[in-house]
Design a protein around this ligand. Structure first.
Ligand SMILES: [Fe+2]
Length: 180
């Protein structure tokens, strides 16, 4: 279940209700999908064949189509990252820069864990959203953010798009941002 860490104060927010309320105030979509329908062997697998990816998408087909229907997403795919990913350090370096997109960035975590760092309202500042399997998040368009892995350095997620071109990253140079 997702947890929040507010970077300015180091305050942590836990508990489904509290996390959902905080994210709603920050205009970040959050929901949680039951992962029991995902076959056991895919809950801990991070190097995926095309068949594995198709099976993950099929397992969550109902949730994906419901979310896509509500929010207008037209295409979706699977991304997997782990120590086996070629150039993982370079990839992470690229991810770990504050940026924006012209469409929202949706991720449904199906295995592993990861963190979205998002620029919140002025009174909150940057906050971390720590995500694990079943967590679904959408960072709104034009909201500065970046993504990184957690210590386990492995994640599988469904990505949903309205237009894949909308997901191009625009760097956001923010003097207020401090790495922490
Ligand atoms: Fe992004």
């Amino acid at each position: 279940m997702a947890q929040i860490r507010i970077r300015n104060t180091n305050e942590r927010i836990t508990g489904e209700q509290e996390v959902a309320q905080f994210l709603e105030r920050q205009e970040v979509l959050y929901e949680h999908w039951n992962t029991v329908q995902l076959p056991k062997q895919l809950q801990e697998k991070f190097i995926l064949s095309d068949e594995d990816k198709a099976q993950i998408l099929a397992s969550f087909d109902q949730q994906i189509r419901s979310l896509a229907g509500r929010r207008g997403y037209k295409t979706w795919d699977i991304i997997a990252l782990s120590e086996a990913t070629p150039n993982l350090p370079e990839l992470l370096k690229k991810f770990e820069q504050v940026h924006t997109h012209t469409e929202d960035e949706v991720r449904a975590i199906t295995a592993g864990e990861g963190i979205f760092i998002i620029k919140g309202s002025d009174d909150v500042g940057y906050f971390d959203v720590e995500l694990s399997a079943g967590d679904v998040i959408s960072v709104p368009e034009h909201k500065p953010h970046f993504f990184t892995l957690m210590a386990s350095r492995q994640i599988v997620a469904v990505r949903l798009f309205i237009e894949t071109e909308g997901w191009i990253a625009h760097p956001f140079d923010d003097p207020a941002f401090q790495k922490a």
